[in-house]
Design a protein around this ligand. Sequence first.
Ligand code: HEM
Length: 494
Amino acid sequence: MKISIAVLLMVSCATATPQEEAAAPSAVARPRVVPSRPTRPPRDEADTKEAAQPLYSRLGGQDAITAVVDDFLARVSKDERINGRFSNADIPHLRGMLIEFFCEATGGPCKYSGKDMKTAHAGMGIVEAEFTALVQNLKGALDHLNVPAREQKDVLGALGPLKPQIVVPVAAMADVPTDEGAEGSAGEPRATEPEGRASRPDPVLDRARTLRQVSALLEKANAARLQGSRSYADQLFSSAEVIVGTQAVADLAPLFRQGAPPRIVSSLKAVSTDVPAQPPAVGNSDDEQPEKTGKRKRGQLMGTVVSSSGRALPSLAIVTLEPLSGKFSRRVPKQRVIEQRDREFAPKVLAIPVGSTVSFPNFDPVYHNVFSRSATRPFDLGIYKAGQSRELVFSKEGVVRIGCNLHANMSAYVAVVGAPHYAVADTAGQFSFRSLAPGRYRLRAWTENSDTPSVQTIAIKTNENHVVVTLSTDKPVGLQNDKFGAPRGGPTEE
Ligand code: HEM
């Protein structure tokens, strides 16, 4: 956030000394935002003193900033030009982030703890007109709260430099999809609860309200589609689909899904949200099969994966072992979980035997999507809310990168393994296998930062064996492309 904050701070006039801060009149008891206006000193002197105060104090401090953010959010929620953007937002979280953002940016005592502007808006495909609409809403809030012209200029003028981090240049928009050759089907859940359901039980009015809501969503989805903002169009269309049901709009679905991975329409399962969080790495063949007890002595392997750069491993590594001779039986397929919690997938790396099933429960208060464009297992599970889950079978060996089309930062890997022994190394790169038949093995190791897996042959003897695996980990990994394959910022995987 440093760059944006710095930009804002540049326009917030000189930094105040502690004495000047103390001299700044408090706005705590003030219902409206009025910057300090001392009356006694002559006008020029007063203006000079006031100009020396940080914008934060001139606005009226924390209460004033909170009032502006609340008024601004209320306006945005009513603004048909952009309120669709916030239909899946966690509003209490966003409110908190905006208060911190404006507090720190205007020289206040807060520390903004959210994402930088580029990351926060990555993959949304926000266009200039939407940015303008949002700034107009902020101006409306500042006007409503009587913020004088000079302070308004300082706040609004500072937003301009943020535009390149938030708005997608027209040339970067994806091609407008055509109606031909489209494929895909529809989704299910409910993105926005119809308003007033509890207070007005009239079924006819209720249905009319629902249909109006669907109609507004479809119109917005179509506008986004025609503008080339495919992910946003798909999000709005999916929200409409959730309310009205898959079949009602099935004929329109191809218009929004062309170029996306195949849609999985298996039924949604209800899950309890009261379960502990998953660890970041899951999957070790030792956990899944009892140790072999036979006459033949077995060997153990203790290993460490290290980066060829000499630095700490940048990401979790997967290690597999396959005997070079003799027959081996494949592992029994498992049932595993990758959850969506706090806008992250957990685990981030999961190793499973071929044929295993993974369920993807959502534990967040917002909708999530789960998709992959990896050739091993392309899929799109649609959008669904907290307490719901869909599952998927992984029948082909390979590494599958998972993403959420609504939240660009979310990423995880499923390694579908055919080898009989596999492990996800810990953050220090350490792994172990406790029961191996003596002999020669092919050892493969991989992280998301390796261009190709490292492959080597090792000999396992009875009792303890040790190995250090050196991996090249120079491949930069940025935000995953969206489900249509469009970049969302930074280096991409494709
Ligand atoms: C100068 C203008 C803007 C500023 C200062 C700003 C600020 C922010 C901040 C601080 C966050 C929270 C980041 C976090 O969760 O860590 C955020 C999120 C978001 N912003 Fe903006 N934003 C701006 C423009 C826009 C525009 C033009 C739109 C769309 C019309 C937009 C849509 C969103 C959405 C949808 C989120 C995610 C909300 C959620 O999922 O909870 N923003 N923005």
